[in-house]
Ligand binder design. Structure first.
Ligand code: ZN
Length: 332
């Protein structure tokens, strides 16, 4: 297994149409330049952080006929962007899972001869949500890699992926992207005041910033929803259980809850160590001072685990209730 992080400030020029993730892009460019492309890559990071965008650009670079790959202008690049290239398959979750039927369709497409004789690329968005038969089937494909076939697996939680799939993949971690970098990436068509509000609310996820820009109703709706979920932090144990009891908690809502809490406590951790320039939201000392550094660390560890439990279909209400118990157990 080759493990490549994505740490460090991202300042160098790049050619891919992606906001952030410079170190990931440079590593992939090195694989391309050295003609040492692996059979399987695993991109791990939050939803909307840019995994699918980088995967699409990488697919273009693998298939592009232009001089600078990806050129973004040749038929292959344009077809991939439009989702119309036969040699590039994108598989997404259906009802929160990737099932065996979807893997069989991939096998069928991989069995067909490449139209151009070049690479065949399969992007699977939700590699942490395979059913067991699907995970076994994908493992079998990865164990016997066909020539010029590249799998790009996208996942939010590496803990939910079977170790044998991980061991056959080159792993890239996708960190949250700095507000300034998102603002810079979207600066051409938007005013500084709009960008300030959007990047503040996007919590390091360029895909979310673009969603807010494209749909003016989305940001106020998300902000209201976020406040609704965060009110749990102001309640005692009894009140918290009553509040959760009044919610309709399905897997999707629990994921949203865990995601909001993870963003929130990640920022508390950043503020706690006096690295407020890395914080994604404004410092709130009334909350920051309520938790010690160790408590925040334990809560963040649980939130990572909770996310993995939700991928394994553990009762979503139970996951939230356990979080509440932990919150009040740890609070001073
Ligand atoms: Zn091209």
């Amino acid at each position: 297994m080759c493990y490549i992080g994505a740490m460090g400030k991202e300042t160098k020029a790049k050619t891919w149409d992606v906001i952030g993730h410079q170190s990931v892009i440079e590593a992939l460019q090195r694989h391309l330049a050295a003609d040492k492309v692996n059979h399987a890559y695993l991109f791990v990071g939050s939803e909307s952080v840019g995994k699918r965008k980088v995967a699409t650009e990488f697919a273009k670079a693998l298939c592009c006929q232009g001089a600078t790959k990806p050129c973004g202008e040749c038929k292959d690049c344009l077809d991939i962007e439009a989702g119309q290239k036969v040699d590039v398959t994108l598989v997404s979750k259906e009802k929160g899972k990737i099932g065996i039927d979807q893997i069989r369709k991939i096998q069928h497409r991989l069995a067909l001869k490449s139209y151009t004789g070049g690479h065949k690329v399969c992007i699977i968005d939700g590699a942490d949500c395979f059913t067991l038969p699907a995970a076994n089937a994908i493992l079998k494909i990865l164990e016997e890699p066909a020539d010029k076939v590249v799998f790009i697996l996208l996942a939010e939680n590496i803990e939910s992926i079977i170790p044998t799939v991980i061991s056959r993949s080159v792993i890239f971690n996708f960190n949250l992207v700095a507000k300034s970098e998102i603002a810079e990436g979207l600066a051409d068509e938007n005013s500084p005041s709009v960008l300030a509000e959007i990047t503040q609310a996007a919590f390091g996820r360029p895909g979310l910033a673009i969603k807010y820009l494209n749909n003016s109703d989305e940001l106020p709706r998300q902000q209201e929803r976020r406040q609704e979920l965060l009110q749990i932090l102001d309640k005692d144990l009894n009140q918290s259980f009553q509040l959760v009891g009044s919610w309709k908690v399905k897997n999707e809502q629990a994921r949203e809850f865990i995601s909001v809490m993870t963003e929130y406590f990640r920022d508390l951790a950043v503020n706690k160590v006096q690295c407020s320039e890395l914080a994604l939201m404004e410092k709130d000392t009334t909350i920051t001072d309520r938790f010690s550094g160790c408590q925040i660390k334990d809560i963040l560890s649980y939130l990572v685990k909770a996310s993995s439990l939700l991928s394994q279909n553990v009762n979503p209400k139970l996951v939230i209730e356990n979080f509440i118990v932990m919150l009040h157990h740890d609070q001073t």
